[in-house]
Design a binder for this molecule. Structure first.
Ligand code: GLU
Length: 484
């Protein structure tokens, strides 16, 4: 039995925003770790100094935290295997590259850019694969020392023996085999002294005791190089799981051109984190049944790498919207209240004054009719201001010859009620219609129009009760004046 603690990592390069595919990778790592009672580690891969973006790391961490994916170890959380920022680990890479050089598994390369360009050109012309020709591998120790003394710029390359087969077992894809003949002598240390992704990634995964490398399919072609590094260092390899690509509905690779790809965009549009997480979890995984609604805890319980698909996963926004509505319906009213107040403060009703009770009544009455918190305002603005106009189509259809008189007499009845409850309104309206021998619709439709200006909305008794007696009477009076 293997009692080793499961340790996985999300290892983003901070580019300024979190890609939706990155969130999926982070989520699968998180779910797997929590399911296995293991650790979820955040490591920032920031060794590409050309891509440095101010504030990107903080932004990334706050987005992950928003989504509920707190790291057990990472730049902010700390841990026994830090630092968790690669740019703070340069000494570690230097120490490790020396070991590879001593074992002839890596070598200095002093070739100039001109020579490399020339080499590529020649290989292309001859129809050969473009790769480094190991020119510098034959330098003697003295030649190398001399060049180093002269401060000749260099990189350090992985010394790959050609024509070997390398295989690794991918949890999702099964056995994957590459021939080393097609792999270039990868640069491990760049001329600026920083490690490349490949080198830093492997050294850190080993030192951070990562047991499972779970990442996007785009990295699978890098894995043979990584596997070689493990073997060259004589380190135990982690297990690999490469997640399927995310696709646009037309099956092309998910890209900015066809919609939003930054998690921040979805946050800004008002998606609930529970809905986004639920949606992302289903992009490439299912539990083997047709269950679609999941809370985070349910996902943690149900998740397994074995049930991740190989085929690309299509990003279907309609499903996300549907899930958002489902999650909103499952959110306690008290939580919706906080979000709604926040939405109101950003809306044109920011100075609208009301009690929490008033908003809670709206929330309850509209719950089945909204998919987003902001729709508690957009779909029923009449709770925040009296109608300024009356939907013409509804007037035409619902405002009959006798509507004016009926509504007028009915409003007098309402006026006599003292602190009416919802039930009082209902009783009054029903008695009135009975007495006048008319169908309820005869009164309900004109009343709704008068109160809200439109033909649809919550139940009529909710509507009148929430607005309250004074406000409702004012609105009826105004409608009686304006609707002809
Ligand atoms: N830094 C890589 C990235 O940006 C990490 C890939 C991996 O997980 O190995 O996605």
């Amino acid at each position: 039995m293997n009692n080793k603690e499961i340790r996985v990592r999300f290892a983003p390069s901070p580019t300024g925003y979190l890609h939706i595919g990155g969130l999926r990778t982070a989520l699968y790592n998180y779910l797997f770790a929590k399911n296995q009672k293991g650790k979820f580690i955040l490591r920032i891969e920031d060794t590409d100094r050309n891509r440095y973006v101010e504030g990107a790391v903080d932004n990334l961490i706050s987005t992950l935290n928003w989504a509920g994916l707190q790291a057990d170890e990472g730049p902010k959380s700390g841990g026994d295997y830090g630092p968790y920022l690669q740019s703070e680990r340069l000494d570690i890479y230097n120490e490790h590259i020396k070991k590879l050089i001593d074992n002839k598994k890596a070598y200095y390369c002093f070739c100039t850019q001109e020579r490399l360009t020339e080499l590529r050109k020649r290989q292309k012309e001859e129809g050969l694969q473009t790769k480094y020709d190991k020119h510098c591998l034959s330098l003697s120790k003295e030649e190398i020392d001399q060049k180093l003394n002269d401060n000749t710029p260099y990189v350090i390359r992985l010394n790959i023996e050609p024509n070997n087969e390398i295989s690794f077992n991918d949890i999702i894809r099964g056995e994957v085999t590459f021939n080393t003949g097609i792999i270039d002598d990868q640069v491990l240390i760049k001329s600026d002294g920083f490690p490349t992704y490949h080198f830093a990634n492997v050294v850190d995964d080993h030192l951070m005791k990562i047991t499972h490398v779970i990442r996007g399919e785009e990295w699978i072609s890098s894995t043979p190089k990584h596997v070689l590094l493990y073997d060259y260092f004589n380190w135990e390899r982690p297990l690999f799981a490469h997640l399927p690509l995310l696709l646009n509905p037309d099956k092309s690779k998910l890209s900015k051109r066809q919609g939003d790809v930054a998690v921040e965009d979805y946050m800004g549009k008002g998606y609930l984190k529970g809905a986004l997480i639920n949606f992302i979890a289903l992009l490439g995984w299912n539990a083997g049944d047709d269950k679609e609604f999941y809370t985070m805890d349910e996902l943690i319980n149900a998740f397994s790498l074995e049930r991740v698909n190989k085929a690309g996963a299509v990003f279907n926004l309609e499903k996300l919207d549907w899930l958002n509505a489902e999650h909103l319906r499952n959110t306690p009213n008290g939580e919706i209240l906080i979000m709604l107040k926040n939405e109101i403060s950003k809306s044109k009703y920011s100075s609208f004054e009301c009690t929490d009770e008033y908003l809670l009544l709206i929330i309850e009455a509209m719950k089945e009719r909204v998919s987003f918190v902001k729709e508690y305002i957009e779909k029923c603005p009449y709770f925040f201001e009296p109608p300024t106009e009356y939907d013409e189509k509804v007037v035409k259809k619902r405002w009959k010859e006798d509507s004016h008189d009926l509504l007028k007499i009915f409003s007098q009845r309402i006026e006599q009620l003292v602190n009416p409850t919802k039930e009082d309104y209902e009783k009054t309206l029903k008695n009135f219609c009975e007495e006048k021998e008319i169908g309820l619709g005869k009164l309900i439709h004109p009343l709704r129009l008068a109160l809200s200006g439109v033909g649809i909305g919550p139940g009529i008794f909710d509507l009148i009760f929430i607005l309250g007696k004074e406000e409702s009477l004012k609105r009826i009076d105004k409608a009686l004046e304006q609707i002809k």
